[in-house]
Design a protein around this ligand. Structure first.
Ligand code: SF4
Length: 441
């Protein structure tokens, strides 16, 4: 930790703004930090104009994310120079990776911290404080849904990924602690719990020597008041099949699974060190769909990885067209320092990466349109996210917040965020549905 004027300014910190960048796991970290800040009677303010200190929880995942974090820091640096804030604190993945460089290049930064440095950050705000964390997060998502992180870090060796460099090896949270947090979230009015991790399916291996996500899911699903449990970031290799009957049998576990696959060509998967082949990937997908027939499968792919030859890309496109994922996202390959793949260079030009990403999304858009068209005339359960001018925006159990499809619902009666309704689909677009309420959910 590096600091300026540590002794005199700290006591003047009365109001703090926390800016969160990056993924849902970073959201949970910020909420945990904010819980600690609030616990120590330091006021949280949304508007940085009213803050004494600004904390930026950064993302260091890939180029575009790093750029966004650096721009946010530079903007904050101006506020620091103008004296509008007394302290600029940078934390999270980007500063975990490049703390020294950030501090050297942006002198307006007062302190840099890595990930999970909640105690140190709060002590920097109020050195006199004896830091303690009650684990009561300050939720920043709309109050009816919340992310729940069940583990930190990752033990997988994916060649392109810098996350283990920033987040460390896999560490599962104790199941009792997680179930306690589920109860706490429900007591705060949360209806939908979005379960996240770097690798969800690895849960428990470091606790009892075997994967125990299925048991954890049963305990979470048994908590009274949980309406929806959604699973994000499953890893395909050594996929724990025993979670499938739990998903199928439990009505409060969404028939939804996010499983980033990154690619399908066995050659590329080998170079990516994903520990899986095309055949095994296809078998896992088939088993998931057999066990939970109406499951919505979401995946994420990378285009432009150094070892991706044109024939590998063609194979990827043919496979996306045939596998018909329900939800799909794609990233351009980003060459990351200190990753195994870094040595391969970055031979595929950005324009070609963009062309490949667009080509995959063109295929997916058609699939999504065809699947949505089949829902017209059908009735679905919708969770209302927010009121709009003449309708409401919501989601089905097949749609995760912020990344998937949405349903625009017309209703004669007033609805509130967090309400469940049954809606009949009147019309469809590529990624959206249009519906009217026909009953309570
Ligand atoms: S599973 Fe692979 S891609 Fe995901 S966080 Fe771990 S190393 Fe990175």
């Amino acid at each position: 930790m590096h600091s300026k004027q540590q002794s005199d300014s700290a006591d003047e910190i009365r109001r703090v703004t926390v800016i969160t960048l990056g993924c849902s796991k970073n959201v949970v970290d910020s909420e945990t930090l904010m819980g600690g800040i609030k616990h120590h009677q330091i006021e949280l303010v949304d508007d940085v104009e009213n803050a004494d200190a600004l904390i930026i929880n950064t993302c260091g995942f890939i180029d575009i994310a790093k750029e966004e974090s650096i721009n946010a820091i530079l903007d904050a640096g101006k506020l620091r120079t103008e004296g509008k804030i007394k302290k600029l604190i940078v934390a999270g993945c980007l500063s975990d990776r490049y703390g020294g460089e950030l501090k050297a290049d942006i002198p307006e930064i007062d302190h840099v911290f890595g990930t999970m440095a909640f105690g140190e950050i709060i002590k920097t705000l109020r050195p006199s404080l004896k830091y303690e964390l009650l684990g009561e997060r300050v939720l920043t998502t709309p109050s009816h849904y919340a992310y729940l992180k069940i583990s930190e870090g990752c033990d997988n060796p994916c060649s392109f990924c810098a996350i283990p460099l920033m987040r460390g090896g896999h560490k599962s949270r104790p199941a009792d602690e997680i179930v306690r947090e589920v109860r706490y979230l429900v007591s705060q009015g949360v209806k939908e719990i979005v379960v996240v991790a770097q690798d969800l399916t690895y849960y428990g291996l470091d606790l009892g020597g075997q994967r125990s996500l299925a048991d954890l899911l049963k305990r979470m699903s048994d908590v009274e008041g949980v309406e929806w449990i959604r699973l994000m970031y499953a890893y395909p290799s050594k996929f724990p099949r025993d979670i499938l009957p739990v998903i199928a049998e439990r009505s409060n576990i969404c028939n939804y699974l996010d499983m980033p696959l990154q690619h399908i060509s066995t050659d590329v998967l080998k170079s990516m060190r994903r520990g899986i082949t095309r055949n095994t990937t296809e078998r896992v997908i088939a088993e998931i769909r057999d066990a939970v027939p109406d499951i919505a499968l979401r995946t994420t792919l990378i285009c432009g990885y150094p070892a991706e030859k044109p024939e590998h890309f063609d194979e990827l496109c043919e496979w996306v067209a045939r596998t018909r994922f329900d939800r799909l996202g794609v990233f351009e390959y980003s060459q990351e320092d200190n990753t195994v793949a870094h040595i391969l260079g970055d031979p595929i030009p950005d324009e070609e990466k963009q062309r490949r990403c667009a080509a995959v999304m063109d295929i997916q858009r058609e699939i999504s349109m065809e699947k949505n068209d089949l829902l017209v005339g059908k009735q679905v359960k919708v969770l209302i996210d927010e009121p709009l001018d003449v309708e409401y925006r919501g989601r089905t159990e097949y749609d995760a917040p912020e990344v998937d499809n949405e349903v625009f619902v017309r209703s004669e009666r007033k609805l509130n965020p967090g309400d469940f309704v049954v809606a009949e689909i009147d019309d469809a677009a590529e990624y959206d549905l249009f519906a009217h309420v026909v009953g309570d959910g």
